[in-house]
Design a protein around this ligand. Structure first.
Ligand SMILES: *Cc1c(COP(=O)(O)O)cnc(C)c1O
Length: 468
């Protein structure tokens, strides 16, 4: 005969809830989550017994420990802070740009209190949320109008849908980009209700290609900055100034999707040049779109700047209501744009730019400081060396240009092989504040360019122990 598990000895939910250790957990986490955890645990025990397994221990000490661990895990944020030592400064999967203190303070203030988001303090009437940043964008880019949406993908979608729905949009075959995360220009065009008219070839497109494609159904000429790749060799594309002149002559607006869109001249800090919205506008672009959290160094947002009449049309599109940003985004964006008014101090104050402009010597010195602590923490699990490396700007910005940087390479002991290397990577990933690096050519690499909080990094190294 089958032996029935003996569940009679299981404590009741009420009895468990009355154990002092459990009552203490309820004080900390609340009664409801504790009750749920107790019920879940009892259900697991019963299920295990039903399957003939050994009855897990349900004494007070074990139960308090198990439930305490589970509740702590549930209460921990899933949006964990990490150390981005990947070598990619604007890392999309790690949240892109880091906000300067001015932006953080502005967001906190906007979160805590009521703000004049859509309220005109001069006459007490209704205001427009875009006006929080429109004057700043007008000053910085020379635009007549501006509107802000959730991200640049939304900006492109909204602008296309407003200006060219059921009409043709002319784009060079060399600019039909795909950005990571399923942003493909032809798909966005289709969703915006536009008909894509491709001109030129993959490597060469000429002004006459655009001119010949303009017809009665043309609503827009679109130029897209090929931000995440570079076509090299026998190439030709049409500069914005020439396209702008053609657009004006034929009465068709020119839209430029810049992607990253640096507001300052990056060459000033020895960084590769990136096209700026003010240059596109000066060259005759009628509408320009760019991201808030790429090189701009602000919050996730899509900025649309340009001709007043076209921006007004875009703002009237019902999709704008679906794509608009909230007060926290506008607060952060305004604070970041304010920093651009003083380019002389921008590299100290704008976090992204400060990280991008760190010299190899500075980063190397930091690596030398961190190295001994890291070697002690790893012991025999890895050999640690300071090494030169190259950072990437990331987020599709300036893809072919690398920044001279430095960091630490960790090599597993000879016999360990690939398994040990992955164990080292995992140990860093499982740290209190996870450390994200990358494996390449038999070593785990940490690029220290973005190591802002050196003290916190060093303080937790002691706990990093790769599994043998
Ligand atoms: C990054 C990028 C986008 C998308 O911008 P998000 O802010 O990520 O939505 C669109 N177009 C170009 C050219 C880009 O580089």
């Amino acid at each position: 005969m089958e032996k029935r598990p003996n569940l009679a000895g299981l404590p009741s939910v009420d009895r468990i809830l009355n154990w002092p250790g459990i009552a203490a957990l309820a004080d900390r986490h609340g009664r409801a989550p504790v009750l749920m955890a107790v019920r879940d645990l009892l259900a697991e025990v019963r299920a295990a017994a039903q399957h003939g397994g050994p009855l897990p221990a349900l004494d007070e000490a074990t139960t308090v420990a198990t439930i305490g661990t589970r509740l702590n895990a549930q209460a921990a944020s899933r949006l964990k802070r990490v150390f981005n030592l990947t070598g990619t400064v604007l890392h999309t999967n790690l949240g892109r740009a880091l906000m300067p203190d001015e932006a953080v303070a502005a967001v906190v203030a906007a979160m805590r209190g009521a703000v004049a988001l859509e309220y005109d303090l001069d006459d007490g009437g209704r205001g427009d949320r875009d006006d929080v940043v429109t004057p700043l964008l007008a000053e910085l880019t020379g635009c007549a109008g501006a509107t802000i949406v959730n991200n640049n993908a939304a900006a492109v979608l909204l602008a296309l849908n407003t200006l060219a729905q059921q009409h043709e949009v002319i784009v060079s075959r060399g600019e039909l980009i795909e950005i990571g995360g399923a942003f493909r220009l032809p798909d966005i065009m289709a969703r915006a209700g536009c008909r894509l008219v491709e001109v030129g070839t993959t490597n060469r497109t000429h002004l006459k290609d655009y001119a010949e494609a303009i017809g009665p159904k043309t609503a827009l000429i679109l130029k897209v900055h090929t931000s995440n790749y570079a076509v090299q060799g026998f190439t030709a594309s049409v500069p914005e100034a020439e396209l702008g002149a053609l657009a004006r002559e034929r009465g068709v607006p020119l839209m430029v999707d810049l992607g990253s869109g640096a507001l300052a001249d990056m060459a000033r800090w020895g960084l590769p040049r990136e096209p700026r919205p003010q240059d596109a506008i000066a060259a005759g672009a009628d509408v320009v779109t760019f991201s808030g959290d790429k090189l701009l160094g602000g919050p996730q947002a899509g900025l649309i700047v340009g001709r007043a009449d076209l921006i007004a049309q875009i703002k009237k599109n019902p999709l704008k209501r679906a794509l608009r940003v909230g007060k926290m985004t506008l607060a952060a964006l305004e604070a970041v744009l304010q920093l651009y008014r003083d380019p002389d101090r921008l590299a100290e104050r704008l976090t992204t730019l400060r990280l991008l402009t760190r010299t190899r010597a500075d980063i190397r010195a930091q690596a030398e400081r961190v190295l001994p602590v890291l070697q002690v923490a790893l012991g025999a699990h890895g050999d640690v060396t300071v090494e030169d490396c190259a950072s990437q700007i990331g987020s599709g910005a300036l893809p072919v240009d690398l920044l001279p940087s430095a960091g630490i390479g960790i090599r597993p002991p000879k016999r360990g092989g690939g398994r040990t290397l992955r164990a080292i990577e995992a140990a860093f990933r499982e740290a209190t504040v996870p450390v994200i690096g990358h494996i390449k050519e038999g070593a785990f690499h940490l690029d220290l360019r973005c190591l802002d909080d050196e003290a916190a990094f060093v303080a937790q190294l002691d706990g990093i122990k790769p599994a043998p």
